[in-house]
Design a protein around this ligand. Structure first.
Ligand code: UT7
Length: 323
């Protein structure tokens, strides 16, 4: 079985920074409420002609700029996790393949909402371990501002736009461990984006093509599910939570992260998050937290990193790897 490692990373954000003051002028809210309930101070919104595929391309270009040894011509597969594609078809992965002239790459989008990037890493590891591919590019990319209901004061201040790309490649020294995947599909009506169907399991759907969530229910599910699953993920890798140098949960809400740390005893100082500066960027939240951890020098070569994505579906996935 071929081993794999995560060998390069890049990211991209739109230019326009949105502070909490923007929402104070839009809905009945305050900076104090947003910070105390979510931790979010700023997020970025794409311009009217800027879309998820544009951020994907920029994230891959950033990866190549930072890791010049990477040759995009050698990439076998592009996996793009997104809930906010430019359009449902063609896929974002095909847009990346075309725009960056990645002649030999297969292309596939992953629809697992905020768990999408973690699912992508699990799948990339499987493709490499199975001997099917040698180099897989995994992206988490969103322009959630395009599917945000700016009249919904319980959700509109949460979401931000960003993209990140990682290269996962065959490497005998290893690095990427055993992953975990799962779903609580009964929670589908608690977090959705409408399409054709007007109900989910008999629950009527708001047909506005914007993210709708039952914040309190998803909050509780996330804290319980992540707290339950991360010791299982560690054990599957022959580790305990004490062996983990950095934990990167999906950045949905700083209070969720704090509650998970309280529940599991995991030290908050060993968390990498992206919620405070970027808001909830769904599938991009974990890789941009990793990117900034590496860039700031906090994450060092050899560190053991645990990622855990959770969100719409409801779906979750986690992985442990050595940087
Ligand atoms: O990434 C995908 C997964 N998504 C998540 O994990 C989201 C999980 N949920 C959350 O992050 C939180 O539930 C929210 C941030 C969405 C909401 O925070 P909360 O602490 O659960 O607030 P709440 O919905 O329970 O509302 C508390 C109060 C209510 O007022 P009353 O009924 O107590 O008088 C709301 O009307 O806060 C009020 N409220 C607001 N007040 C000021 C709701 N939104 C706002 C607002 N500004 N923007």
């Amino acid at each position: 079985m071929a081993n794999a490692r995560l060998s390069a990373i890049g990211m991209a954000i739109p230019e326009k920074i949105i502070t909490n003051a923007f929402f104070e002028n839009l809905i009945e809210t305050t900076d104090e409420w947003i910070v105390s309930r979510t931790g979010i101070k700023t997020r970025y919104h794409a311009g009217p002609t800027e879309f998820t595929s544009d951020l994907c391309v920029k994230a891959v270009e950033d990866l190549v700029a930072q890791y010049p040894h990477v040759s995009l011509n050698e990439v076998d597969m592009i996996l793009v996790a997104t809930t906010s594609p430019d359009q449902p078809m063609p896929s974002m992965a095909c847009r990346v393949q075309h725009r960056l002239s990645m002649s030999r790459a297969g292309a596939l989008d992953i629809y697992a909402a905020c768990a999408g990037f973690s699912y992508g890493v699990v799948m990339a590891k499987g493709l490499i371990a199975g001997g099917i591919h040698k180099k897989v590019l995994v992206l988490g990319a969103e322009t959630l501002s395009k599917i945000t209901d700016f009249t919904d004061r319980s959700s509109c201040m949460l979401f931000g736009d960003a993209a990140a790309a990682v290269l996962i490649e065959a490497d005998e020294t290893g690095g990427i461990g055993v992953g975990i995947t799962g779903a609580s599909g009964e929670g589908g009506p608690d977090l959705y984006l409408s399409g054709f169907a007007e109900s989910i399991d008999g629950h009527p759907v708001t047909m506005n093509r914007c993210i709708v969530q039952n914040g309190r229910k998803v909050f509780k599910w996330a804290v319980n599910k992540v707290s339950e699953q991360i010791p299982i993920l560690a054990a599957a890798n022959g580790l305990s939570l004490d062996d983990i140098d950095w934990f990167i949960p999906h950045s949905a809400n700083l209070r969720i992260i704090e509650a998970i740390c309280k529940e599991t005893g995991f030290p908050i100082e060993k968390i990498l998050e992206s919620i405070v500066d970027y808001g909830n960027t769904s599938s991009a939240s974990i890789p941009i937290a990793l990117y900034n951890g590496i860039k700031s020098g906090r994450v060092k070569r050899g560190d053991k990193i645990m990622i855990f994505g959770f969100g719409g579906g409801l779906a979750y996935a986690g992985m442990i790897f050595t940087w």
